[in-house]
Write a protein that binds this ligand. Structure first.
Ligand code: ADP
Ligand code: YYY
Length: 241
């Protein structure tokens, strides 16, 4: 695994994702709107790789990297970490996954995130999945989340709601203006929210032969057919003698 700095070098030297064509869906919504919960469902059913900007930043804090302290302070205060830090982490995770379909969750969270990602990666999202949820419901969910997060306290939650309204909603509005937003009523129970998600992701349904097990089965069937053909040919030759 390379450090963020090594990835930065690769960016300058080798170009992003080496020109590989990727599908990116941005997953946005207020804190506690259920982004992570639904991303887990999408991963299982549609074979995307889930990259949570928040999770990557928290892992960076844990790794004890030189940026860790700064990231920790910003998250504790409900602020948005500078784009270059988050983009390097996202880019590294994309390279390491080996997949070509990504759910980028909690990013871009402000105009700086959006513009920098586009400028650095040249990647346009297929669409933006927006979880629209009432604030009281999000607050209830976060307070019941119990993940021991330093920012899941009422004071920081209120700051995060303000940052969402002031900085993240304008990004969603921008994508709305270019017809890329798919809005979901996220105030409903998990299963109902996923029903709405499914209607949007229908075209990404993984075919059985596209799964690792499916590919192995196809190889076995192909091998079996080849062997059968060879045996039939050998028998025919012997009988014609
Ligand atoms: N539709 C839902 N109804 C009720 N609780 C939910 C729903 N979706 C998620 N939750 C719960 O709410 C909390 C926040 O959800 P999470 O997926 O972590 O949100 P986000 O990633 O948007 O911050 C979690 O404890 C999760 O189990
Ligand atoms: N693009 C991002 C995403 C998250 N962060 C920071 C700031 C956010 O308040 C925290 C937590 O984000 P995360 O997406 O994990 O969680 P919530 O949606 O707020 O519940 O991480 C960031 O600085 N930049």
């Amino acid at each position: 695994m390379g450090t963020a700095a090594e990835v930065a070098d690769k960016e300058t030297n080798g170009g992003l994702l080496d020109g590989k064509k990727v599908t990116v869906v941005f997953v946005l919504g207020g804190p506690g709107s259920g982004k992570g919960t639904q991303c887990a469902n999408i991963v299982k059913r549609y074979g995307f790789t889930h990259l949570s900007a928040g999770d990557l930043l928290r892992a960076e804090i844990k790794s004890g990297s030189e940026n860790g302290k700064m990231i920790q302070e910003m998250i504790k205060d409900g602020k948005i970490v500078p784009s270059e830090v988050t983009i390097k982490l996202l880019h590294r995770a994309m390279l390491e996954s080996g997949n070509d379909k990504f759910l980028i969750d909690g990013f871009p969270r402000n105009e700086e995130n959006r513009a920098a990602f586009e400028a650095v990666t040249n990647i346009e999202p297929e669409f933006v999945l927006f979880f629209d949820c009432p604030e009281e419901e999000m607050e209830r969910r976060i307070l019941g989340r119990n993940q021991g997060r330093e920012d899941d306290n009422i004071e920081t939650i209120r700051k995060r709601f303000k940052v969402f309204l002031d900085s993240s909603l304008p990004v969603i509005k921008y994508y709305e203006s270019i017809g890329k937003v798919r809005k979901i009523d996220a105030g409903k129970p998990v299963d109902e929210v996923f029903e709405s998600v499914k209607t949007i992701f229908a075209k990404y349904e993984t075919k059985w032969y596209d799964t690792p097990r499916g590919r192995t089965m196809m190889l076995c069937i192909g091998g079996f057919m080849l062997v059968s053909a060879a045996v039939a040919l050998a028998l025919r030759k012997r009988n014609s003698r």
